[in-house]
Design a protein. Structure first.
Length: 236
């Protein structure tokens, strides 16, 4: 079956408008002259590397010692990977994997997809699992594309509430299903390592659209399936 999905989808949140981004870049340049006095010409062509070194100096560390000399480069590389979702092209990720539903009308569920993200308030990790279900309309999507969509929205500065809703909204845009249900459970290091320092707490968020939002029976079906465990031979 040939896919007809070609529609591009914006991946940046509305608050990251271009004028705000330009302002942030300007503030970043100013920070280089204030935080540690490290101009770019002193061995760093990459602004993020220079800022990482300046942060080490502000913490009282010696960036030139053996264990830290490559740290600014590593931090810059890691942060760009962990926020690569901002630049993701969802149409390219879906890659045409949208197909005729062939009259299939029942729930499709991809459960327990691991995610790793960064809390936008403290830049500390939060991670967990997310389960995504939809009720097909005229189209279905390749199953592997659902975890890829999860990664797109996890790999940016996030709050779990928005992350959950963005997954649901993206599926709505791509295949126009009769409904989408998303449930995410996360462990937030900003609560465990600092602040209230609660190491056992978890956060659960949900997003429902269409029939899942209107019909309590559909919500119960989704939540009921999440309570069941897979049996052999899968062995999970």
């Amino acid at each position: 079956m040939k896919s007809d999905f070609k529609k591009p989808i914006a991946t940046r949140p509305s608050f990251a408008a271009e004028d705000a981004a330009a302002q942030h870049r300007s503030l970043g340049a100013a920070a280089l002259s204030l935080a540690g006095g490290l101009p770019l010409q002193e061995g760093y062509e990459d602004r993020m590397e220079a800022l990482s070194r300046a942060m080490l100096e502000e913490l009282g560390e010696e960036p030139s010692r053996e264990g830290l000399v490559q740290t600014p480069k590593r931090v810059a590389k890691a942060m760009r990977f962990l926020t690569s979702g901002y630049d993701a092209d969802i149409a390219e990720i879906v890659n045409g994997a949208v197909f005729d539903a062939e009259d299939y009308r029942e729930l499709v569920l991809v459960r327990d997809v691991e995610f790793y993200s960064l809390c936008e308030h403290h830049l500390l990790p939060f991670f967990g699992k997310v389960s995504v279900a939809y009720l097909p309309g005229e189209k279905i999507i390749g199953l592997s594309k659902i975890p890829r969509l999860v990664d797109v929205f996890a790999r940016r500065l996030q709050v779990q509430e928005r992350f959950t809703k963005q997954i649901a909204d993206s599926l709505e845009e791509i295949i126009s299903p009769r409904g989408v249900a998303v449930l995410a459970t996360g462990f937030h290091l900003c609560m465990a390592m600092r602040g209230v320092e609660k190491q056992a707490s978890q956060t659960t968020t949900t997003a429902f659209t269409g029939d899942f939002q209107r019909d309590e029976r559909r919500r119960k079906e989704f939540l009921g399936l999440l309570k069941t465990r897979q049996q052999e031979p899968l062995g999970f």
